[in-house]
Design a protein around this ligand. Structure first.
Ligand SMILES: NC(=O)c1ccc[n+]([C@@H]2O[C@H](COP(=O)([O-])OP(=O)(O)OC[C@H]3O[C@@H](n4cnc5c(N)ncnc54)[C@H](O)[C@@H]3O)[C@@H](O)[C@H]2O)c1
Ligand SMILES: O=C(O)[C@H]1O[C@H](OP(=O)(O)OP(=O)(O)OC[C@H]2O[C@@H](n3ccc(=O)[nH]c3=O)[C@H](O)[C@@H]2O)[C@H](O)[C@@H](O)[C@@H]1O
Length: 345
């Protein structure tokens, strides 16, 4: 017989609830946290998978369309009972059950995000909307990997999270930086309107093993060039600055942010600031003292300076980077030499 309440609140079902699968009763499945990583076949994503898989209570699901990522980055986990890899484009809806979502899917190297700008903005806007819809349906906490590019060509230095940025809305980088700004807006609108638990990391340049060798980003370019005895291509004027964070530090910051109580946005990056000429000189000294440094044309809207203020990350997450650039570069060199098949002389 139907219950008296018209809205269904007092509805009493005569049927018992369905039995959960016997597998879910097994010790192995019971305590698990199911974690989705979009873009998990990419550079940062695959290191995040490695770290999360260390915890036996985590089940990790990666979705990726392999635009810039690769199954090779995840080969050690393929076939593992707590790991699943799904070929999927986040611009399409995804229906799965998870407890946490690390939303990284988006090409990060300027060469790749400018290659198909319409797709990049769709990934940032529709992709984030889809992942927020998923978070809302299943009640998951969601973390967005935003970027220091939301500060554009910053007029405040170093950049803290209160700065609203100096961004060209119609330039060739806008698909990425404006795309991430909209993604941040969507995160906060879902949080305010639907009570979704959100976390936003503003990541500053991150480097390390597994970056695509021909990725086009400056650290991977210089290391590959130095190993191949090719000139290091410093884009003009060469005095523009960046702050480089080693990937293991970044992964640590992302997990602390996800597990903590603060929505962010929180800057994650290494405050050590270098001009591109200084970076080239460091790579030359550490990897190949014979190599030449040449100046080449730059691309439009390249930010002139970038350095994170990480006070908030220190205070709220107890996080700060531990690996200096001069220690991180040789770790990346080992990986690049292996993949290029060029041993040290
Ligand atoms: N590495 C950095 O310096 C840096 C700095 C700031 C922000 N970020 C952000 O961190 C995240 C990861 O960056 P990364 O350096 O690992 O880049 P990456 O290009 O190596 O990884 C991105 C991954 O997303 C996947 N992807 C792209 N579009 C997709 C789509 N539509 N559907 C499903 N998968 C898709 C790619 O195939 C790739 O595996 C990105 O969101 C990027 O914007 C990175
Ligand atoms: O930190 C960030 O937020 C952003 O950092 C990078 O963006 P960008 O700093 O422009 O990355 P690179 O392509 O590595 O360029 C860094 C600097 O190196 C210079 N460069 C690049 C390549 C090269 O061969 N030589 C060279 O001098 C560029 O002109 C630029 O000034 C990432 O690729 C973005 O995804 C990320 O969001």
């Amino acid at each position: 017989m139907a219950s008296e309440a018209s809205n269904g609140d007092n509805h009493v079902s005569s049927k018992p609830p369905p039995e959960p699968s016997p597998l879910r009763k097994a010790k192995f499945f019971q305590a698990n946290m199911r974690i989705l990583i979009t873009g998990g076949a990419g550079f940062i994503g695959s290191h995040l998978v490695d770290r999360l898989m260390q915890n036996e209570k985590n089940e990790v699901i990666v979705v990726d369309n392999y635009f810039t990522g690769s199954k090779d980055n995840l080969r050690q986990w393929i076939g593992h009972p707590r790991f699943e890899l799904i070929r999927h484009d986040v611009t399409e809806p995804l229906l799965i059950e998870v407890d946490q979502i690390y939303h990284l899917a988006c090409p990060a190297s300027p060469i790749f995000y400018k290659y198909n700008p319409v797709k990049t903005i769709k990934t940032n806007v529709i992709g984030t909307l889809n992942m927020l819809g998923l978070a809302k349906r299943v009640g998951a906490r969601i973390l967005l990997t935003s970027t220091s590019e939301v500060y554009g060509d910053p007029l405040m230095h170093p950049q803290d999270e209160t700065y609203w940025g100096n961004v060209n809305p119609i330039g060739v980088r806008s698909c990425y930086d404006e795309g991430k700004r909209v993604a941040e807006t969507l995160m906060f609108d879902y949080h305010r309107q639907h009570g979704i638990e959100i976390r936003i990391a503003r990541i500053f340049n991150t480097y390390g093993p597994r970056m695509n060798i021909d990725d086009g980003r400056v650290v991977s370019n210089f290391i590959a060039q130095a190993i191949r005895d090719e000139p290091l291509t410093v884009q003009l004027p060469g005095t523009q600055t960046r702050s480089f964070c080693y990937v293991s530090d970044m992964v640590d910051g992302l997990i602390r942010l996800m597990e903590g109580d603060n929505t962010g946005p929180i800057n994650l990056g290494n405050p050590g600031e270098f001009t591109m000429l200084e970076l080239a000189e460091n790579v030359k000294e550490l990897i190949n003292p014979e190599v030449e440094i040449v100046k080449v044309e730059n691309t439009p809207d390249d930010p002139r300076q970038r350095k994170p203020d990480i006070t908030k990350a220190k205070e709220l997450l107890g996080w700060e980077p531990t690996i200096k650039l001069r220690d991180g570069l040789p770790l990346m060199e080992d990986d690049f030499r292996k993949r290029l098949g060029i041993p040290r002389k």
